[in-house]
Design a protein. Structure first.
Ligand SMILES: [Zn+2]
Length: 441
């Protein structure tokens, strides 16, 4: 279940988000009132990517010229960082599988369920007691990998600016959010499992889809502000072109929000999200301080594409199908394995680690499918953004800045399996192709 949240929450997080949402730069961006910091430094377009009258424009040469602006040692470092991420996914999956198997095979899972039965005679409350113990155990056992992956490794690669104390504080908030959302999910899941006989996986698939939709809707207004401060952007020179782009695409936004990402990393990103009154355009202070106005418009054009094309709903529905298939496989495996671990039935909370084990195995195997579904939508948003903002060089600039923590030019299989956004090379090539076709010769 947790994996499901991670997948969908990662979609909500914006343009910049790939395998990891951090950005590389040796010095932290200034934190003092970036909303009025004025225009960011100009970005130099490489000569081969500059269009000139009477000269044919070659998109591939232009893309290569952009790539050549990244120093070789920085390319090697970001490739190593990104490729290391492939292995970390495997280790993360294996660790979580080992924890689930350990809980089941040692009999600890059954003992926790018995404890829950002793603590409360209300059957509906027992899964919550079980879930709380489970959350504590899993969080504690995965913590060494979490702190290595999300803190020490980030610092080792120079991607994070945040001190340990602040990071730990955010982890604690994250744990609380997980406890509340996970508690609701576990409560509803077992309520349903006690009532439904037979095809419970159908209900679980549909329920997960609705629950994700709920999380997606509340996240921008109720979850994101737990981690960052949001301020209304009051500089009209920056705000007005963005609102104009919004009006041109019938996006009902009256304000643009800026949040203080610079206290965590130098990641540039933005977000146009929400529904039913939670709709908002927001962007990181880093986007304003590190990117040219053209790149800001390019990034926001992309984000507006997600909004206009209802990507959140389409993604939740498509991923809902992936979850439905995973739940069906889980139901099949559960019945074959449960007696080995002393689990009475599907509605026995002691079976939670087995459900998690089977679900996460399915999601792990289906990673390329999930990534392809997301990447497809990202490519659509890129096309929309280019047409809406008409800033191909801004788009290329953003792709170059994102390359600080991403491998720019993967092989085709590598991109298919691991990339949830088009690669940097592909994004620049799309931009330069657009530029070639929209430039008068
Ligand atoms: Zn996107």
């Amino acid at each position: 279940m947790t994996l499901a949240f991670v997948v969908v929450l990662s979609l909500l997080l914006p343009f910049a988000r790939a395998a990891d949402p951090k950005n590389e730069s040796p010095t932290p961006a200034p934190t003092s009132n970036p909303a009025s910091a004025g225009p960011a430094p100009a970005f130099v377009i490489p000569p081969a990517a500059q269009a000139a009258a009477g000269k044919p424009f070659d998109p591939i040469a232009a893309t290569d010229a952009y790539l050549a602006t990244i120093p070789a040692d920085q390319r090697a470092k970001s490739d190593a960082y990104f490729e290391g991420g492939y292995w970390l996914r495997l280790w993360g999956f294996l660790l979580s599988a080992a924890i689930s198997l350990g809980l089941l095979a040692s009999g600890l899972s059954v003992r926790i369920r018995r404890l829950a039965e002793r603590l409360t005679r209300f059957r509906w409350l027992q899964p919550l007691v079980y879930g709380a113990c489970y959350l504590v155990i899993v969080t504690a056992l995965t913590f060494p990998l979490t702190i290595y992956e999300d803190f020490y490794r980030e610092h080792a690669y120079g991607l994070m600016v945040e001190p340990l104390g602040q990071w730990l504080g955010e982890q604690a908030i994250g744990l609380l959010v997980n406890a509340v959302l996970g508690g609701i999910a576990v409560f509803l899941l077992y309520l349903m499992l006690r009532k439904v006989r037979g095809a419970w996986w159908l209900w679980a698939g549909a329920g997960t889809t609705l629950f994700l939709l709920f999380v997606v809707t509340i996240a921008p207004v109720f979850i994101s502000p737990l981690f960052n401060r949001y301020k209304v952007l009051d500089d009209p020179a920056v705000r007005e072109p963005i609102l104009s782009l919004a009006r041109a695409n019938r996006i009902p936004a009256e304000n643009v929000y800026v949040f203080d990402e610079s206290k965590q990393s130098n990641r540039i990103s933005a977000n146009v999200s929400g529904a039913l009154g939670t709709m908002r355009i927001s962007m990181t202070d880093n986007l304003l301080t590190r990117c040219s106005p053209g790149a800001v418009r390019a990034v926001l054009g992309h984000e507006m594409g997600h909004y206009v094309m209802n990507h959140v709903y389409k993604l939740v529905l498509m991923l809902g199908i992936v979850f439905l298939i995973s739940f069906a496989a889980t139901a099949w495996g559960f019945e074959r394995l449960r007696t080995r671990f002393g689990i009475e039935s599907i509605s026995d909370p002691a079976g939670l680690p087995l459900i998690v084990l089977l679900m996460s195995s399915c999601v792990f195997v289906l990673t390329p499918v999930i990534n392809t579904i997301i990447r497809m939508h990202e490519a659509e948003a890129d096309a929309f953004g280019l047409n809406a903002a008409r800033e191909p060089d801004g788009m290329a600039e953003a792709a170059i800045k994102l390359a600080e923590y991403r491998k720019m030019k993967p092989g085709p299989w590598e991109e298919f399996i691991f990339y949830d956004h088009p690669s940097g090379y592909d994004r620049i090539l799309r931009s330069m192709t657009w530029k070639a076709e929209n430039t008068a010769h």
